[in-house]
Design a protein around this ligand. Structure first.
Ligand SMILES: O=c1ccc(O)c[nH]1
Length: 348
């Protein structure tokens, strides 16, 4: 469904208000060849109406010769900011950067955030953005989950399909994704609604079993057959199964990078307005699949970089795997039971 410019201006105004944009603040719109024109134009109007100084920094696209997908999250690490001191300086001097191109998992993003600049990623199409407008209620739920993760020494994940994963925690922070940037130096992604952290380096152990309906990103496919992944010393050491396993292995081999098989972020979905089934209703290249990453009750497993959490791994290959029907525990306390998000008072 198309979105009216008025609705999109109202959506940006809502998000920028939650992001505590003040008159006189500098907002820089970071764009590239794939930036959605309506997202750009309505962001410019909303920020301008709120009294911000609105700049636009348009950077050349890159990585086309490496990537085997046009998904902006499929090839990470190097971005048009890499080595671009003039662009980095402009972003460091901004109060808010609206990332309409995707800097995620880039070393430069961390440098810009350290200057106090806030960065909000927004690359889903307008109809997804307006459907998943962030709220203070989302923030409260994500903050509560992140607090549990921050205090936990171990996350364990099990499922009837056979998943049995042990993830020692403590070396990395818990990261909150609730869709707006209301504190200095904060990065967030609109739309979202989940918490994540990273297992201690080389300590993740066990097995991940994907069953029919679990999702592979950036493939944007629902797994049709069982996939078994062995996890040893923080790395996925084998991926076996049917056609889904073959396709995943074939894609990951392109990167020729053993670091691509490292366990990346882990967490669970908290967004009650996102649905597991939504991905199947969009063209494969129509979204980056944030409904899949955020739907309440998923376990979001991933492979590849950990620099987003402060680690040093910046591998270009990033695989996100939202899974259904898992039970997630923190130090033995259930937070998700067989794919159902437990309200805080329910967790035992
Ligand atoms: O918002 C995001 C998107 C992708 C990802 O891997 C993490 N967080």
């Amino acid at each position: 469904m198309s979105v009216s410019d008025a609705d999109m201006v109202r959506a940006w105004t809502h998000v920028l208000t939650l992001s505590k944009l003040k008159p006189g603040d500098t907002v820089t719109l970071l764009t590239s060849a794939n930036t959605h024109p309506q997202t750009l134009q309505t962001a410019r109007i909303a920020a301008g109406m709120m009294g911000a100084v609105v700049n636009r920094l348009d950077l050349a696209p890159m990585n086309a010769e490496h990537a085997h997908s046009r998904d902006s999250l499929a090839y990470l690490g190097t971005t048009p900011l890499t080595g671009n001191r003039a662009a980095i300086a402009a972003l460091k001097e901004s109060d808010i950067v609206l990332d309409l191109m995707t800097l995620l998992f880039s070393p430069e993003q961390a440098e810009i955030l350290e200057s106090g600049t806030r960065i909000l990623l927004a690359v889903e199409p307008p109809e997804v953005l307006v459907r998943l407008l962030p709220s203070l209620e989302d923030k409260a739920r994500v903050a509560a989950a992140a607090a549990l993760m921050a205090d936990a020494r171990e996350m364990t994940v099990t499922s009837a399909a056979g998943t049995d994963l042990r993830l020692p925690l403590g070396e990395f922070p818990a990261i909150q994704e609730y869709g707006f940037v209301d504190e200095p130096g904060r990065w967030d992604h609109w739309p979202s609604g989940f918490g994540l952290t990273f297992p201690n380096e080389r300590k993740a152990e066990g097995r991940v079993v994907l069953e029919r309906g679990d999702i592979l990103l950036p493939m944007k496919s629902y797994v049709t057959d069982r996939v078994e992944m062995t996890v040893e010393k923080g790395y996925v050491t084998s991926i076996t199964g049917g056609i889904d396993a073959d396709l995943l292995n074939d894609y990951m081999e392109v990167f020729a990078d053993p670091e691509a098989y490292a366990v990346s972020h882990v967490g669970w979905g908290l967004q009650k307005r996102a649905r597991w089934s939504t991905l199947g209703l969009y063209d494969r290249e129509g979204t980056i699949g944030m409904d899949a990453r955020a739907f309440a009750g998923n376990f979001l497993f991933s492979m590849g970089p950990n620099n987003e959490g402060g680690g040093s791994r910046t591998t270009a290959c990033h695989i996100d795997i939202p899974m259904r029907n898992c039970t997630v525990r923190l130090d033995g306390r259930e937070v998700v039971r067989a794919g159902q998000l437990l309200e805080q008072e329910e967790t035992v």
